[in-house]
Design a protein around this ligand. Structure first.
Ligand SMILES: C[S@@+](CC[C@H](N)C(=O)[O-])C[C@H]1O[C@@H](n2cnc3c(N)ncnc32)[C@H](O)[C@@H]1O
Length: 225
């Protein structure tokens, strides 16, 4: 089942996610493109990691924007924390995905494919304290323009606002991990075999995010202060 799910959820597009959102045979994790084993029981850990990195999230009365909020437990944790801290939560995703989330006064749902959502820029340009986009960036890398995505996201931030791009699957990082003792042990436990994980550094992997992409992002936005 695990492998079937991994194949099924490979290379998803924004439209594929809309179809998943409408499929009531799927769990909340599968609707956002993950086998249950990737997320079940782990989302509280992910959430704690996110809020440890977003300083405004822990304050109150801020504007928090989530690009690709999805519909799983992580989205619900975001919502509950925003309720508790009196934040406004601007939630961007497809109409189908947003309909799976509760309707509340403090949540502003804006359906659409970011950054092609003019309403967000009209209403929230220079007004957002924290932006989160978690497990979304590799879909933008595959189908869109990552620099336009980040440029436009940054244009929404107030002075000293913050943007967290979370869960970027950097293939070089993965390879480094699989070259380490801990990585080999992890792989062997996961697969139940004695095999050494694959991962050649000299192979050019065209559709995957690597150190080059990450470092180019750092360089571009450092140069903008
Ligand atoms: C893997 S899910 C992650 C959901 C959520 N952030 C989480 O980590 O639980 C990716 C989500 O991003 C949405 N998405 C992908 N590209 C997007 C874009 N350019 N603009 C808005 N939403 C996007 C998909 O519809 C999907 O709900």
């Amino acid at each position: 089942m695990k492998n079937i799910d991994i194949e099924r959820f490979k290379n998803l597009t924004f439209n594929d996610f809309r179809i998943l959102a409408l499929d009531n045979s799927l769990s909340m994790y599968q609707k956002i493109g993950f086998p249950d084993s990737y997320r079940k029981g782990k989302e509280a850990l992910i959430f704690n990691d996110i809020i440890s990195k977003l300083k405004y999230f822990n304050q109150s009365n801020k504007v928090i924007l989530d690009i690709g909020i999805g519909c799983s437990g992580l989205a619900i944790m975001m919502i509950e924390r925003c309720r508790k801290n009196n934040h406004t939560l601007v939630a961007i995703d497809s109409q189908e995905m947003l309909e799976l989330l509760p309707n509340e006064d403090f949540i502003r749902k804006i359906p659409g494919y970011f950054p092609d959502v003019p309403e967000v820029f009209e209403r929230y340009g220079d007004k957002v304290d924290s932006i989160l986009t978690y497990s979304v960036f590799h879909y933008v890398f595959n189908k869109g323009n990552i620099f336009k995505f980040i440029d436009k996201a940054l244009s929404l931030l107030k002075d000293e606002g913050e943007l967290l791009i979370g869960d970027i699957p950097n293939v070089c990082k993965r390879k480094r991990f699989f070259k380490s003792e801990a990585g080999i042990k992890y792989h062997q436990e996961y697969t139940g075999t004695n095999e050494i994980p694959e991962g050649e550094f000299s192979i050019f992997e065209t559709d995957l995010i690597d150190d080059g992409v990450i470092l180019s992002i750092l360089q571009r936005y450092r140069n903008y202060g």
